[in-house]
Design a protein around this ligand. Structure first.
Ligand SMILES: N[C@@H](CCC[C@H](N)C(=O)O)C(=O)O
Length: 280
């Protein structure tokens, strides 16, 4: 089978994108394509697969599959890439339009000159049941003691349409990301697994953030994770509301803004790398 694809990245968080406006596939192919395309030795090499598809709402649809073939519900770096692709390849004719992820509708704005895209990511979900995490459904999880693999941590949990567990550390270089990431991801307190993020606060407007992603492991950047990290930092009183927060990730920087109640805004680059044909 010959599958036309485009490879794109946001701050090094790279996915293989299929344009379902042009070609349709059987549903059960997607986890298979995700695993095959992600493999750097026998495939193309990527953090997973993203589908760009027509939607009944009139928005541009996006679905994300992680490296292990599991379906995610949202992807911040993917949203920026989908926005750029949709605008540049003529799926939309306005720089402002809607994208529909599995977790809901978001509003995208493509700033054409420099490949920068701003996305209104919607409101963070804080209730424990919406993360989802076991325990009292309505409670918020802010600086809650959390023991994993014999290490004592403090957990703040935020959903940006997908689940994020955030931990503040003194020095990001010493964060035990590969050691604790898999245990946190698969901890039974998170029934749908979780993305594990580590945050070093540098100032009220600047942070370092690293991630172990559900289904993909360490990646260069995570857009929803950066949004969740800023929300967690504001909820814990470490950072300022209503101002651009500079989030430094391994692959580059994102600007994230939250007013403490409503929508989270994310701004950053989205790059097209290559078009090609994948043989399956
Ligand atoms: N890298 C993404 C998030 C991808 C999905 C995630 N691994 C999950 O399963 O929730 C981003 O930029 O947000």
């Amino acid at each position: 089978m010959k599958i036309p694809f485009t490879k794109m990245h946001g701050l090094g968080n790279n996915y293989i994108y299929l344009d379902l406006f042009k070609t349709e596939y059987e549903e059960d192919m997607f986890p298979v394509i995700a695993r095959k395309a992600s493999d750097v030795y026998t495939g193309i090499g990527s953090d997973g697969l993203i589908l760009i598809h027509p939607s009944e709402t009139g928005a541009v649809g996006m679905r994300i599959f992680n490296k292990d073939g599991s379906e995610g519900w949202n992807c911040g770096n993917g949203l920026r890439c989908v926005a750029r692709y949709a605008y540049e390849r003529g799926l939309v004719d306005n720089v402002k339009f809607q994208i529909e992820a599995k977790s809901g509708l978001v509003h995208a704005e493509v700033l054409i000159d420099d490949g920068v895209v701003s996305i209104n990511m919607g409101e963070p979900r804080l209730e424990r049941a919406l993360i989802p995490m076991i325990g009292p459904a309505k409670d918020h999880v802010i600086a809650e003691p959390f023991s994993v693999a014999d290490v004592e941590l403090e957990l703040t949990a935020v959903s940006m349409g997908n689940p994020h567990a955030l931990f503040f550390v003194d020095n990001i270089k010493e964060a035990l990301i590969t050691e604790l990431g898999p245990s946190i991801e698969n901890d039974t307190r998170f029934p749908d697994r979780v993305n594990a993020g580590f945050v070093e606060v540098l100032s009220p407007t600047e942070m370092n953030y690293r991630v172990w992603e559900r289904g993909s492991g360490i990646t260069e950047a995570c857009g929803t994770g950066a949004c969740a990290a800023v929300v967690a930092a504001i909820l814990n009183g470490h950072m300022q509301k209503e101002t651009d927060i500079h989030v430094h990730l391994s692959g580059g920087d994102l600007l994230i803004k939250w007013d403490g109640q409503g929508n989270v805004w994310m701004t950053g680059e989205a790059e097209i790398i290559a078009d090609g044909i994948l043989y399956i």
